[in-house]
Design a protein around this ligand. Structure first.
Ligand code: DP6
Length: 320
């Protein structure tokens, strides 16, 4: 009655921002991401008839505040009549700071919970369940370049291209480890209700998805760079124009963007993307990784730099 699963965060190149059904947590738009390799979350789920409530430990500490969301996710996977669970989560990177720890956490959680109960769920089923907990988590069930599309009654997720075929590198500049001021789920609802740019954002998404999909299949770095930066800045424009405004950037976020622009003008193959947090993720060609790491490490306000390749989807960890 126990199982352990590991999943990596994913970084969206074409972003999910907005829900079409908040009850079922269905996204308003499709999205495209890359699943990382070196950063991961491990989730151990033990179902125990002797427990009268769920327990959660995150990186060695009791994490009561995160428990309701985890319990809801377990209800979705196992049904409300399930046994209570002892859940242990470990991540090797800062959580709740815009490095997509909720994606890796919920992807690993649904895989571990399903296996702990003896279910033999398909990856499609697990992606649907993970998406109920956190939209971006559905993408972490898959490896490589991943697309999430809206289907008639839910979502359809799949790999466009694997990471070995196009082994780009991702360098993340951590500019603050503080928890974000407002969670992405809540913030995107504020945008949907109040941002004058929201409807245009939704309208244009299919076009950006098609451009990015094509760029990935053709391995056209310049084309992917251009559409990914555009899509990222468009999402943040929607956020900034919300009421109250949703601003995740700090001074170092902007300094990193300027640094990337300089690198690009020097011919370095690199582009930036930013999610619901102040960190800047730079996607680059493998041969340019060292220059990107060097440049971001030397940028004012950057606390640390993490680098990763493109990895596989969530997996069960043997031996538990
Ligand atoms: C900016 O998946 O965290 O990272 O479904 O409410 O849990 P919920 O939202 P979440 O939103 C991710 C937003 C984003 C863009 C993206 O990953 O596509």
């Amino acid at each position: 009655m126990r199982a352990t699963a590991r999943a990596q965060p994913n970084i969206a190149l074409i972003k999910y921002w907005g829900k079409r059904d908040s009850q079922r947590n269905l996204p308003a738009v499709g999205s495209i991401s890359v699943t990382l390799d070196e950063l991961y979350t491990t989730m151990r789920v033990e179902l125990d008839g002797a427990l009268d409530h769920d327990e959660l430990r995150v990186n060695g500490s009791d994490a009561r505040s995160m428990l309701p969301r985890v319990s809801r996710c377990l209800d979705t996977v196992l049904g409300a009549e399930r046994l209570r669970a002892r859940v242990t989560s470990t991540s090797n990177f800062p959580i709740a700071a815009g490095l997509a720890s909720s994606a890796s956490s919920f992807a690993a959680l649904v895989a571990a919970a399903s296996a702990a109960s003896g279910r033999n769920s398909t990856v499609e089923e697990l992606a649907g369940l993970a998406g109920r907990a956190s939209g971006s988590a559905a993408r972490s069930l898959y490896g490589g370049f991943v697309e999430l599309r809206n289907a008639a009654d839910g979502i359809a997720v799949g790999t466009i291209l694997d990471g070995d075929t196009w082994p780009l590198r991702i360098v993340a500049a951590v500019t603050s480890k503080a928890p974000k001021p407002v969670g992405s789920g809540e913030a995107m609802e504020v945008s949907r209700r109040t941002s004058p740019f929201y409807s245009r954002w939704v309208e244009e998404q299919e076009m950006d998805l098609a451009t990015a999909r094509d760029a990935i299949v053709m391995r056209d770095f310049g084309k992917l760079a251009s559409v990914a930066e555009h899509n990222c800045l468009k999402m943040h424009s929607v956020m900034w124009a919300s009421r109250p405004p949703v601003v995740y950037w700090n001074a170092a976020t902007l300094a990193c963007l300027e640094r990337v622009r300089e690198l690009q003008s020097e011919g370095v193959g690199a582009f930036f993307t930013i999610d619901a947090g102040p960190q800047v993720k730079v996607v680059c060609l493998p041969g340019d990784e060292a220059r990107v790491i060097d440049a971001l490490s030397g940028t004012d306000g950057v606390e640390s730099v993490l680098a990763s390749g493109i990895g596989a989807g969530a997996t069960l960890v043997n031996g538990d």
